[in-house]
Design a protein around this ligand. Structure first.
Ligand code: C5P
Length: 229
């Protein structure tokens, strides 16, 4: 049985991939399955936490037992739900794949092809970085966890990119997945690194290839060290 070491701890977790509408039937999306975020929620609830899961689009996944699931679609909906829940949370985990850009305009009607009109161009505008906003709005003692999918070889590029991202985002922990060549997205196993901010001890732990539940457990172990009195 799992330890009940998150009893009474209020956590907010985002999961899945956002969809940014182009018109009523089309969107820009990504390949996030939502499995890692759902595993984070399931394991937290099993360890006693009060869990709010803000779920964007995922493959079909079982509803995690004892978890309050709020379904959202776009980055701006996800942002509103996460910020609202984060104001009363001890831990916030951003496992969602949030679109960096959204179409500048959403057409009211389905965009039509036409032989006497030029083909349309899609103009994109930047979405706010929710993780960075959460860090700015952080409550006293709140632990904020980010995820990063990095490409590159295990020894070199991945860790260096991750250290820079941890610093840039200002979160307490950064979970780094090595992606590419069939890793991380749309697969059952995950491996990577768990980096703590220098103010949080600066540990750099390697997470061996294992299930997404095992990775979730390793992340919650690190979180409990930071919230322990
Ligand atoms: O910069 P990058 O997208 O790689 O950072 C990934 C982390 O930032 C994830 O935790 C993701 O949920 C979060 N993110 C965010 N808002 C965005 C883009 C990413 O919170 N607009």
């Amino acid at each position: 049985a799992l330890p009940r070491d998150l009893t009474g701890v209020r956590v907010v977790i985002s999961a899945g991939g956002t969809r940014e509408a182009l018109d009523p039937v089309r969107y820009l999306g990504n390949r996030s399955s939502g499995k890692q975020g759902y595993a984070m929620a399931r394991v937290a609830a099993q360890r006693g936490a009060e869990v709010t899961l803000v779920a964007a689009h995922t493959v079909a996944l079982p509803q995690p037992a004892g978890v309050d699931v709020q379904h959202v679609s776009s980055a701006s909906e996800l942002s509103a739900a996460v910020h609202a829940a984060a104001s009363a949370a001890d831990v916030v985990v951003m496992a969602a794949a949030v679109a960096d850009f959204r179409p500048a305009r959403r057409a009211d009607h389905k965009i039509k092809k036409s032989d006497d009109q030029p083909d349309p161009a899609v103009e994109l505008v930047r979405n706010p970085d929710i993780l960075a906003e959460l860090v700015t709005a952080r409550r006293d003692g709140q632990v904020i966890v980010g995820f990063a999918a990095e490409t590159g070889d295990e020894s070199g590029g991945v860790l260096e990119h991750a250290r820079a991202k941890l610093k840039r985002k200002g979160c307490d922990l950064l979970v780094v997945n090595a992606v590419g060549e069939g890793r991380a997205f749309e697969v059952e196993d995950n491996a990577g690194w768990l980096l703590a901010a220098p103010e949080r001890g600066g540990a750099e732990r390697q997470i061996p290839l294992g299930s997404k539940s095992q990775l979730a457990s390793a992340v919650w172990d690190a979180v409990t060290e930071l919230i322990a009195p």
